[in-house]
Ligand binder design. Structure first.
Ligand code: AHR
Length: 513
């Protein structure tokens, strides 16, 4: 008996050590839901140089543009197929009066942008300009209405102006302003951060306001609104529960969630490019907290909506650091390093893996603000490492999620640790499989074995985004310092792929015929 037990113990230990420490196992037979392309959405607010000095150039500018919308930005964003664009805010949305941004530009009233630097907003970029931009990008508009300081009638009329195809005061005004046909905008935000800059409301008060505003935001013809309730601030589960309890499910397409990765503290967030490993680690920890937030908000929603009819729309997220030295603190202009690319890739993996409930997300913000895809300096433009993640990850849009079982070593710093690897996988409509793997460990490469059933006949190829230091970033002098490169390190044998995932890297593996 004693010998038998020793044998069993020895075999178990041998079996454990024979298993690679980092392993992904998947079976496409168990493929789940479609990963909505709207997870890959973006957000552009009237803030700093996102719109003015970003997308929208001055009258008569020599920077190539069409109707003042910058050509190089449009071309870059078209390449990554952005599925939707949220506008005009953010906090700006709840002070914005859409009626001031239509008609002859010279007659548009001006306003103070109280949230962002107290600058004068001349309303030269308004509804028509935004929808012109969306048409150029081939993206769906996601407009956020004003609940905080607006009225039910104002929001109701904006929808009529945008979507009614007939004779009515607002449709006639739209035609007078040069747009005969309605735009048929579908995504509609009913306020923004109504617990804070959007009116400092309680969850209970907002739930009632939502019902009023949503009632009069009408469907016109086939333009059925997909209304999104202003959701919780990070871990405020009471807010989500109150909305789920008090708003009929058929009145909401989605509930939003806002969460930002903060490397240090809200008062002193830390530099975008000058930081050590402590701050690198704490930023990654803050980023990976998204997993818990999404799981717990989804669990609250499951209690009221087990069929998952209401989407969780994480319509603001990303890393928020101190502004670049010497820039206006109200403009939120920050550089973008390899760390930010790892944050984007890890967060998108989380969203993909929760895509049964997370059906929209919007990175804050597209140009020159927070975790931007694009930075500009007058006529110069650069694509950030975060942009390149969206480029690599576009293969997941509308693909079928393949659930993964992942075992990973830890990335250890001092007494704390995080999972070194994270990943997600999908199968596209042509049957190709895409696996995005992130190694956040800044020092150690990770040997990884991936086993995916039924993939014997497919060939593996891969691309990588990495750099020598996690603080590395693209500059206007060296705009292509960081960009994806082919990765020759994958070996395929039968259904198994083995690779060494380099430290601080994102590897996108493709299995195709
Ligand atoms: O994205 C910047 C700001 O962050 C938004 O205006 C607001 O909604 C959030 O607090």
């Amino acid at each position: 008996m004693k010998h038998f037990l020793t044998l069993i113990l020895t075999l178990s230990v041998v079996a454990l050590f024979a298993q690679p420490a980092n392993r992904i196992v998947a079976n496409p037979e168990y493929s789940k839901n479609i990963i909505s392309k709207h997870i890959y959405g973006h957000f552009s607010e009237h803030l700093g140089h996102c719109i003015y000095g970003g997308y929208f150039v001055d009258e008569g500018s020599t920077i190539p543009n069409t109707r003042r919308i910058r050509t190089d930005i449009v071309d870059a964003l078209k390449k990554i197929k952005i599925p939707n664009l949220r506008w005009p805010g953010g906090c700006f949305a709840d002070e914005y009066h859409w009626n001031d941004g239509i008609g002859l530009r010279s007659e548009r009233p001006k306003m103070v942008n109280t949230n962002w630097g107290g600058v004068t907003e001349d309303n030269s970029f308004g509804t028509h300009e935004f929808l012109d931009l969306c048409e150029m990008l081939g993206t769906e508009p996601y407009i956020c209405g004003n609940v905080g300081s607006g009225t039910v009638a104002e929001m109701s009329k904006w929808v009529e102006y945008l979507n009614f195809d007939g004779v009515s005061p607002m449709a006639d005004l739209r035609k007078k302003n040069g747009h005969d046909k309605p735009w048929k905008v579908r995504f509609w935000g009913v306020g923004n951060e109504n617990w804070g800059c959007g009116g400092s409301m309680t969850a209970e008060f907002y739930a009632d306001q939502y019902r009023r505003y949503a009632t009069y935001a009408r469907n016109y013809g086939d333009a059925k609104l997909m209304k999104i309730a202003g959701g919780a601030n990070s871990g405020d589960y009471h807010w989500t529960e109150t909305l789920m309890k008090n708003v009929p499910l058929n009145m909401m397409w989605g509930i939003s969630l806002h969460y930002y990765t903060i490397p240090k503290t809200w008062a002193s967030k830390g530099s975008a490019t000058a930081f050590g490993e402590d701050e690198y680690f704490s930023a990654m920890k803050s980023c990976l907290h998204m997993e818990e937030l999404v799981s717990r908000h989804s669990a609250v929603m499951d209690q009221y909506d087990p069929e998952k009819r209401v989407a969780l729309a994480v319509d603001e997220w990303g890393i928020w650091t101190d502004v670049e030295p010497g820039t206006n603190p109200g403009f939120l202009f920050q550089q973008n390093s390899l760390r930010d690319a790892l944050i984007a890739a890890s967060t998108l993996n989380i969203f993909n893996n929760h895509s049964d409930r997370v059906r929209m997300s919007n990175l804050a913000q597209t140009v020159n603000v927070l975790q931007a895809l694009i930075l500009t300096d007058k006529e110069k433009m650069l694509l950030t490492p975060t942009y390149h993640i969206y480029d690599l990850y576009q293969v997941h849009q509308e693909a079928t999620l393949i659930p993964l079982v992942l075992r990973t070593k830890d990335y250890v710093l001092g007494n704390d640790k995080l999972p070194a690897l994270n990943a997600s996988a999908s199968r596209d409509k042509d049957g190709n499989i895409h696996i995005s793997v992130v190694n956040i460990d800044p020092t150690n490469a990770q040997d990884l074995q991936i086993d995916i059933a039924g993939t014997q006949a497919l060939k593996a190829s891969a691309q990588i985004l990495t750099s020598e230091k996690y603080t590395d970033h693209n500059t206007f002098e060296k705009p292509n310092a960081l960009k994806p490169a082919p990765f020759a390190g994958t070996k395929k044998s039968g259904e198994s792929i083995s690779l060494k995932v380099p430290a601080k890297s994102v590897v996108m593996i493709t299995l195709a015929k």
